[in-house]
Design a protein around this ligand. Structure first.
Ligand code: KIV
Length: 271
């Protein structure tokens, strides 16, 4: 069997067809070329170059620290590693609040780096910008519920849509995003019931993270699902590997081999 599952990359139309046919969409984050190469050989439908890279790759406290330059460099690395995948890149903090010119500059940078679409958090002042980006021919993915770029306003990483008013707002925002031309919507950290209701009330695919089993697809941060940080275990996360322990063990064994002069062996040298 061929290693490559990705001869026909997903696109905005195939993702919509997946919603219509009930075939679930898989998405994971990716920030660099080596993991993009592995993803390129996997059956995963699409890749998100999330602004979570500011936290995961650069050690910042929040995604507020992601910049256009950072996002562009990582998007280019991912695009080189995964030429057969549908790649969505996050518009970083405040790019949509600084007016259409700043937004378009960021879109141009991300698309020319190799993104196939961009993702924008929120549905307030962002709506006219989203319309213009879509009219310019660039697919836009929306993002509702917990929007990490606004954590200071939300009072931290909290489940959203727990009361009637915020549920209503999230549902209305989803319809506005659909109306503005978004091809899909990420829904983060909301109760299952809202994930279900929202998914049934829009015709575009919903991709959930902590939004229950009823969204059209799921997205996870690759490093989280691989278990790189044992201290990070939100309720919605399922770990598929324990990379932290695998890497620690490899480093311990390597160190021991070096200090005990067991590495390199003769056959690992040039004679
Ligand atoms: O930046 C990111 O990783 C995201 C996902 C959590 C959806 O936006």
């Amino acid at each position: 069997m061929s290693k490559c599952h990705s001869s026909r990359p997903a696109n905005v139309l195939s993702l919509k067809q997946q919603k219509q046919s009930g075939s679930r969409i898989s998405m994971v984050t990716c920030y660099d070329a080596w993991s993009a190469k592995i993803l390129n050989e996997s059956p995963v439908d699409s890749i998100l170059v999330g602004d979570s890279l500011a936290v995961v790759m650069h050690g910042f406290e929040s995604t507020v620290h992601a910049t256009v330059e950072m996002m562009t460099l990582h998007t280019a690395a991912v695009a080189r590693g995964a030429p057969n995948k549908f790649i969505v890149a996050d518009m970083p903090f405040l790019t949509c609040s600084r007016g259409i010119d700043a937004a378009m500059d960021a879109v141009q940078s991300l698309m020319q780096a190799g993104a196939n679409a961009i993702k924008i958090e929120g549905a307030d002042h962002q709506l006219p910008i989203i319309r213009q980006i879509v009219e310019a021919g660039v697919p836009v993915m929306g993002h509702l519920g917990l929007t990490p770029q606004s954590i200071h306003n939300l009072g931290g990483h909290r489940v959203q849509g727990k009361d009637e008013a915020s549920t209503k707002k999230i549902l209305e925002d989803a319809r506005k995003l659909e109306d503005a031309g978004c091809f899909a919507i990420v829904l983060e950290c909301v109760p299952n019931k809202l994930g279900d209701c929202l998914t049934r009330s829009v015709s575009v695919p919903t991709i959930g993270i902590g939004a229950g089993p009823h969204t059209d697809g799921q997205v996870l941060v690759l490093h989280d699902m691989l278990g790189t940080d044992p201290g990070f275990s939100p309720k919605f996360l399922r770990r598929y590997a324990n990379v932290h322990d695998i890497v620690s063990d490899a480093l311990n064994r390597y160190h021991n081999d070096v200090t005990e002069r067991a590495f390199p062996a003769l056959e690992e040298t040039y004679g």
